[in-house]
Design a protein around this ligand. Structure first.
Ligand code: SAM
Length: 249
């Protein structure tokens, strides 16, 4: 039977496409892409002409069947997304899971991933990190998510859309305080690649002051809670417990 290749594509700079990734795209029978118009431009740049099927979050269950039929017919298929590594806050999970369940070979062709690129250059601890994808878009849910994570000691990593970045940084400041170390990686591998780093309050100020600050794509990284913050947290828990004990019958 065929092989399903999970192929990473660039996150901005087209030269990040690896020769092997291009070779695999030229070799497969069909390319499953999140947005065929968008990926069509990349394929044209690479000089690859292939039939494509659209596979996005809304139709993945239906379209996965088409891809599985191809694999069953001994055809190789490549999955790509709009940018970076498929399945990392991108479609593909349903397909990969189903392909593996049916015993097909699934093989990664690694390349750009905004999460790893951002973390590798941020200067924050990388021995342990927690990737949370996109925070919820509703303000209440976003605040609750940040509160749940504020005591986490691993480095926190999020993806964020450009129109919400300032709001999200303000929310981080409200929940975790202005002193927590924050790094924003903006427009990685592109002409206007920028890192904003420092205490949350200062990063918020420079973002607000920069007319281009909220343009482009961002990876948000927060230093994990320090030992002092964790102790402060447990002191708070002790206080609440003591209070509860006095109130309980
Ligand atoms: N699968 C992709 C990957 O491997 O990085 C991520 C797809 S997700 C739908 C898109 C988000 O990734 C953006 O909102 C942004 O948070 C992040 N991102 C993608 N490209 C980026 C870049 N060049 N610079 C900074 N962040 C980027």
């Amino acid at each position: 039977s065929g092989t399903l290749y999970i192929v990473a594509t660039p996150i901005g700079n087209l030269e990040d496409m690896s020769p092997r990734a291009t070779a695999i795209l030229s070799r497969v029978s069909v390319i499953a892409a999140e947005d065929t118009r968008h990926s069509g431009r990349l394929l044209q740049y690479l000089g690859v002409r292939k039939p494509m099927v659209a596979l996005h979050d809304h139709n993945e269950r239906d379209k996965a069947g088409l891809v599985l039929d191809r694999l069953a017919a001994s055809q190789d298929v490549a999955l790509i997304s709009d940018a970076g590594t498929p399945l990392i806050s991108d479609p593909g999970y349903v397909l990969v899971r189903e392909a593996r369940a049916r015993g097909f070979r699934v093989s990664p062709v690694p390349g750009a991933c905004a999460l790893v690129a951002a973390l590798s250059a941020a200067g924050l601890p990388t021995d342990r990190f927690l990737f949370e994808g996109f925070l919820p878009s509703r303000q209440g849910a976003r605040k609750a998510a940040l509160e749940r994570l504020s005591g986490e000691s691993a480095t926190l990593v999020f993806y964020e859309s450009p129109h919400r970045i300032v709001e999200t940084v303000r929310e981080i400041e409200r929940v975790m305080g202005g002193e927590r170390e924050l790094v924003l990686a903006r427009e990685l591998t592109k002409t206007f690649e920028t890192f904003y780093a420092g205490p949350v309050g200062r990063v918020r100020e420079s973002l607000e002051a920069d007319p281009h600050g909220s343009r482009g794509e961002f990876v948000v990284m927060i230093h994990g809670a320090s030992a002092e913050e964790l102790t402060a947290g447990s002191v708070e828990v002790d206080r609440v417990l003591a209070l509860l004990l006095t109130e309980l019958p």
